[in-house]
Structures are given as structure tokens and as C-alpha cells.
Design a protein around this ligand. Structure first.
Ligand code: FE
Ligand code: CA
Length: 542
């Protein structure tokens, strides 16, 4: 603690470059202290336990994430006024964190001090180490005499150790203005080991019609504006409850920055240098509000998000980033970049086009090739299966999804067919509808082998895509086993060595915070046999 405070004296702060990169080498938010009383506060921690803030600072709740067998990230952000820049004085603030073996925080097993920095919006990321594998812990924070809510988290089982079951939910697309987070209300009551979030945590634009919840802000460009947007979204009590109850593993899609962006190109074709400054602000706000490890601390407009997390010998998640490194969308109409329904143009098939960028693609394939896990999950953002839209007899494809990057998809599916890593499962979101598909070696040949199973979850609250029009495309896409865009919800998965079970959980509506939920459909994958089989909807726990 003393060393950190030495590093973070105001003098050092002023002397350093203003960019966040200057902070990258510092142990910000990672003070891991042995069990015992908190270390004394250093000179830079201006607000001690006796100092009062204008209001309670834990308005955004607590969260945890990226569980390892011995470590988990604990998160909070001090923000007495979350919709107006946070409301904190522009000073470093000392925060105590505590980890306990019980839900009343009676048996503290670790505690320490961390400094919440104004440069990071007084966000706190604690990478707790020295924990036991495969067990629950409880945690909280104390700052300026205030206590946070108590969160619960769980470490991963020991690497490679036999694991007979993993239960998790995956979710995406939570437009605040378009609905209440009724799905999270149900999710928080489930028995799960973790939650995967697959993108569109915020939306930069507010709802224009059928507004369920009014939003006070215009589209964010600056860091403070993005912080305010997260402040609004994270003020939701059902979202906070789901974060407080399980560790989350998160990745992003487009709306954490702006609709349908691709690397340095926005859909409105803004100046690339200007857009990268906006992206840098958005990436920093994302880091500040997610339970990510310090390796994800952004460096300008770059943020290292793709990573791999293992759960015993049972499941390995490859979590990918489909936005930062992708080629621009193919064959755009002159006036607008971003996603479009495009003809089967030559550019679409260009083998130099990439969804993940060359480095991430290599990382993904190498990791899958080396994995010894029973189930290998590619946790990504989009629908991966080919979806042909017939228009006046000719095929069109949605250029923002994997259909805009068929050569990159082909490389991945060819690898899966040739090297056969065990039980590849692709999970995704983005499209505000449920999809269960067979990922084919050749989508244009129904007889070609299924090389992986895909489950795409519907949105938490964002409006669904057109149902009838999309349904009409299914006859040209026989590898689609299930589609529905009429309900909001999430997907609950139970994984054992022999089976993968996905329950598609739906809520009746998102105009009501407490709308009831039901299981829309359930699918099983048998180990060793790619392709999902529909079973009677599971009724348990909904
Ligand atoms: Fe979305
Ligand atoms: Ca999206």
C-alpha cells in the first residue's frame, strides 16, 4: 500500500502524461494485502474513513468477474451522482475491500486498500489472489465511511480438475430506454456459476419511439458522456442484482462505442482520427465499468479484451472481440457504411478480410487446437451461421455479421472440421432474437457435416428484429433449427461431461419490471455429436 501511494502522489500524477497509457505500468486497483487490518492510508488518499461525501458513493452497485482458480476481479465505482459525471472530488480516494467466507461478512479471509483514481472515474478493480478454487466468496467495499452492498462471487475450479457440472447464463443487448431488465430479475434467482455477457451493454442512442424508460442524455462522444450513460444503465436494480450474485465474463459489440462500427470506421464515415478519439473515450468508460483485469486497461483507442477462461476439465471459453480489429463492412452503399443487406459481391469473399484481425484469429485457432477441455465455447457477439435473404430471386447477406466475412468464417469452420477440437459450441447475441443453428462445413450443401453447434440468445430488453420477414428466410437456410424474435430474455446453460443443455428463457414483456418468465424451448447437444436436439422445455427454476 505504501508503495502504491508513493507512486500515486499528486506530484507524480501531475508530472505524468495525461494519457491513460501512463497509468498502465502502475498497480492501480490491484493492491492485494494479506489478511489483517487495513494498512494506514498514504498521503494521496485524501478522503479517509472520517470524510463524508455529498451522497452514498455505491450507487452503481458491485460486480465481480473473470474468475480463475485462485483469483477473481472485484469491481465498484464511487459515483454519488452517476448521471452527472460521478460527483466525486477530483482526488484519489482510499477504498477498503473485504472478502469473506460467509454472506454476512463475519469471517473475513482477505482485505486490503486500493486507491480509486479520478483519471479512471473513481472506478475500482481489485484482482484478489490466493483464493481457493471452485468456491463461493462474498465481498464488499468501504469508502469515506460508507459501505457497499455485499456481492457474491465464485472462483473457477482448479485447472484441468474433473468437473461434473457448470451452470451459466448468457445475455446481450440491454437497451435501457426500450425496456426494464425483467430477464435479470429472473436470472438473479437462478443457481448459476457465472454469467457471460456478449455485447451491447449500453446503447449510444436513446429510444425514439415506444419509449419504456426515458433517458436524460444525448449520444455520448466524450469520456464523461459515456460515463453518464453507464451511470444510467448501471443504476438499474435488477442489473445490479445479477452482477452482485454471480461473477461475469464480458465482451462487447458495437453499441458500447457506436452502431455497426468496424475498427476505425463509423457507419456515418466520420473522420477516422476523430472516430478513434471517440472510441478511446468509449473504451475507457467500458473498462471503468466492467470487472476486467488490469491487462484490459486501455491504451488510447486500444483495449485487450479477447481472452480464454477455463473451468476444470469441462469447459474452456474463448472470449473474442469482433469489433476492434475487423475489416470494414463489404460492398457498402455510397452513403452509409455499417451493416447493410448486400448482394453476393466479390469483395465479400476477399480472403484478406477479417472479423477478428490476423493476430486474434491465430490466437483463437491455436488455443482451440491445444485445448483439452471437453466443451470448447467460442463466446462471441454475432450470429455465425450463413443466412441467405432472397430478394427477387437473388441472395443477399447482412454485411455486419459473419455473413459479411465469409472467408474468415470459412477458415474457422475448416479448422474445426480438420482438427476437431472437442465439442465446439458457438454462443452469440447482437440480433435480438433466439437462433439455434448447425454450423456447416458448407452452408450451401445441406448434406455437408455439421462441425459446431450455435446458440444465439435474444436481447435482454432491446427491440426484436422483424419476425415474419425473418421467418420467411428460413426455408433457404435449412441449417437453422430454431428462430424467434418475439421475446426478450436470455439463455441458461447446464454443461456436464455427457451433455450440453440450453434453455431459452423468455419474459412475457419488458414494459413491466416484474413480468413473468417461461422456457420457450430447450435444446441438448450430446458430447461427440455436433448439432442441437430439441427436447421438451425444461420447467425447473423459471
Ligand atoms: Fe443489440
Ligand atoms: Ca450489436
Amino acid at each position: 500500500m505504501d508503495r502504491i501511494d508513493d507512486l500515486l502522489t499528486r506530484r507524480a500524477l501531475l508530472a505524468r502524461a495525461t494519457g491513460l497509457a501512463a497509468l498502465a505500468g502502475l498497480p492501480v486497483g490491484c493492491a492485494v494485502a494479506p489478511p489483517g487490518p487495513p494498512a494506514p492510508l498514504g498521503p494521496s488518499a485524501r478522503l479517509g474513513p472520517s470524510t463524508r461525501l455529498s451522497a452514498w458513493p455505491f450507487t452503481l452497485g458491485v460486480a465481480s468477474g473473470d474468475p480463475l482458480p485462485d483469483s477473481v476481479v472485484l469491481w465498484t465505482r464511487l459515483a454519488p451522482e452517476p448521471l452527472h459525471g460521478g460527483g466525486m472530488p477530483p482526488e484519489p480516494v482510499a477504498v477498503e475491500w473485504q472478502v469473506a467466507a460467509d454472506d454476512r461478512m463475519r469471517t473475513i479471509v482477505q482485505r486490503g486498500m486500493v486507491t480509486a483514481m479520478p483519471e479512471l472515474g473513481h472506478a475500482v478493480h481489485v484482482e484478489v489472489a490466493g483464493l481457493e478454487p471452485g468456491r463461493w466468496y462474498w465481498y464488499r467495499f468501504v469508502a469515506a465511511g460508507a459501505e457497499s452492498p455485499i456481492g457474491r462471487t465464485r472462483t473457477a475450479p482448479a485447472a484441468g480438475a474433473p468437473l461434473d457440472r457448470l451452470r451459466f447464463a448468457f445475455a446481450s443487448c440491454q437497451h435501457y430506454g426500450q425496456g426494464y431488465y425483467a430477464p435479470y430479475r429472473h436470472m438473479a434467482r437462478q443457481e448459476l456459476d457465472l454469467v457471460m455477457f456478449l455485447g451491447d451493454y449500453i446503447y449510444e442512442t436513446s429510444a425514439r419511439d415506444e419509449i419504456v424508460r426515458p433517458e436524460p442524455h444525448t449520444a455520448p462522444i466524450s469520456l464523461v458522456q459515456y460515463r453518464n450513460k453507464y451511470g444510467l444503465y448501471k443504476s438499474d436494480p435488477d442489473l445490479q442484482a445479477a452482477h452482485a450474485r454471480f461473477p461475469w465474463i464480458v465482451t462487447w459489440d458495437d453499441h458500447e462505442v457506436a452502431n455497426d462500427y468496424a475498427d476505425d470506421q463509423s457507419q456515418d464515415r466520420d473522420d477516422a482520427a476523430w472516430f478513434l478519439r471517440r472510441r478511446a473515450a468509449a473504451y475507457q468508460a467500458y473498462y471503468e465499468h466492467m470487472p476486467l483485469r488490469r491487462r484490459a486497461l486501455p491504451d488510447g483507442a486500444r483495449l485487450q479484451l479477447y481472452r480464454r477462461l477455463g473451468f476444470g476439465d469441462l469447459v474452456a471459453f474463448s472470449v473474442v472481440d469482433d469489433r476492434q480489429f475487423r475489416s470494414h463492412q463489404a460492398c457498402p452503399p455510397i452513403e452509409r457504411a455499417g451493416g447493410n443487406l448486400v448482394p453476393d459481391c466479390a469483395e465479400r469473399h476477399d480472403p484478406r478480410r477479417s472479423m477478428l484481425g490476423a493476430e486474434q484469429e491465430r490466437w483463437l485457432i491455436d488455443g482451440l487446437d491445444r485445448s483439452s477441455a471437453r466443451w470448447n465455447v467460442i463466446a462471441q457477439q454475432l450470429l455465425m451461421a450463413q443466412i441467405k435473404h432472397k430478394s427477387a430471386g437473388t441472395a443477399e447477406f447482412w454485411s455486419d455479421a459473419w455473413d459479411g466475412y465469409p472467408a474468415a468464417r470459412e477458415r474457422l469452420l475448416r479448422f474445426l472440421a480438420a482438427r476437431r477440437p472437442a465439442n465446439p459450441i458457438v454462443i452469440g447475441g447482437d440480433i435480438h432474437s433466439y437462433w439455434v443453428t448447425d454450423l456447416k462445413r458448407d452452408f450451401d450443401d445441406p448434406a455437408s457435416p455439421t462441425v459446431a453447434t450455435e446458440f444465439v440468445g435474444t436481447s435482454i430488453s432491446s427491440r426484436g428484429i422483424a419476425y415474419e420477414r425473418t421467418r420467411a428466410t428460413l426455408r433457404d437456410n435449412p441449417h437453422v433449427k430454431f428462430f424467434d424474435s418475439r421475446k426478450r430474455g436470455y439463455v441458461r446453460c447446464e454443461v456436464t461431461p455427457a451433455h450440453w443443455l440450453s434453455d431459452l428463457i423468455a419474459v412475457d414483456n419488458v414494459t413491466q419490471r416484474d413480468a413473468p418468465s417461461s422456457t420457450l424451448a430447450s435444446f441438448v447437444v450430446e458430447s461427440g455429436r455436433p448439432g442441437a436436439i430439441e427436447i421438451a422445455p425444461s420447467s425447473h427454476g423459471v
